[in-house]
Ligand binder design. Sequence first.
Ligand code: ZN
Ligand code: ZN
Length: 198
Amino acid sequence: MIRHQKRLKRIALQTLKKYGEKKLPINVKRLSEKMNIPVIAYQKMSNIQKELYIDKISNPAITVCSGTIHTIYYDPARSDCDQWIAHELAHIILGHESDNEENEKAANFFAHYLRYRESHIKQYLAALLAGVAIGCAIGLFCTINSNSNNKDDVETVYITPSGEKYHASKSCAGLNAVVIPLDIAQKLQKSPCLVCVD
Ligand SMILES: [Zn+2]
Ligand SMILES: [Zn+2]
């Protein structure tokens, strides 16, 4: 259970409005830049920093604070690095001071909402179901893939408009199944098919 969802959504929307980043695809790196939060790949850390954060840089992204200045460092090799940068941004925006479970859940929720908002997901899905090419509709898929050289990096599943489950197998999903990224299926509250998803 994620607490204070309404509040998290409101803050996410306020942030996007404040920094003029309302149009999809949300560019999280540009948003960070506008917030004066540098986003830097782990490789570009100085040797001293690398030593200092050696046990942390196995994480997809971390935030380093010095006084009131935050810097996000991230692993650019990950196809989902934008989500993790958004996750770190969420911690900063929400003023989290520790990584307890509630803060982690809130940061994940906030990051997802910041990037995808339900209304856009519904639009995307409607366009997809209407046969519009992936990526043309509102660029949502492009967001997911923007930092990935390999489209196969994005885990995809099959859903149908009326089905409550998402499937690994197209034939199990049914005739009018469409393929969408797994995280969007989850955002649409679909649950894994017990037959074909392990
Ligand atoms: Zn976190
Ligand atoms: Zn299935």
